[in-house]
Ligand binder design. Structure first.
Ligand SMILES: [Zn+2]
Length: 131
């Protein structure tokens, strides 16, 4: 679980770090493995570079864990930076309508609706998201 206090980040800082896919994936990987890497399958601590950007592959059982695995961005249908942007928007304004989100982010209504639902489930008391 990654706790990230979106509401404390200024929009300029947010855009600097999270406007690209790389920035988002790097953030997720750093947060996810900040206590050190440990393979989810066998517990091995050694890894090499995995298939996808910022993913890690276990040197023992070859299990490949992507940066988004076990986060709310796993199997997300839109680019991860668009999804981050939506989390930011929803954290800043939980009452934002689907129409406004769709308009702002240029993402289809249905996609916005599904993702917002997911985000709302991650939002705990206060405006911090557990991704
Ligand atoms: Zn392993």
């Amino acid at each position: 679980m990654i706790r990230f206090e979106f509401s404390k980040i200024a929009i300029e800082d947010f855009d600097n770090q999270f406007s690209t896919e790389n920035g988002c994936l790097e953030f997720l990987a750093n947060e996810k493995w900040k206590e050190g890497y440990s393979c989810k399958k066998c517990g091995n601590k050694n890894y090499c570079t995995g298939k996808t950007k910022f993913s890690r592959r276990c040197t023992k059982c070859k299990h490949d864990e992507s940066a988004t695995a076990h986060t709310m961005f796993h199997r997300c249908k839109i680019p991860v930076n668009d999804a981050f942007k939506m989390v930011y928007e929803v954290c800043s304004l939980p009452g934002i309508s689907i129409a406004d989100l769709s308009e702002k982010l240029k993402i289809r209504h249905m996609t916005c609706w599904k993702l917002k639902k997911k985000i709302m489930e991650c939002l705990k008391e206060s405006q911090n998201a557990t991704l």
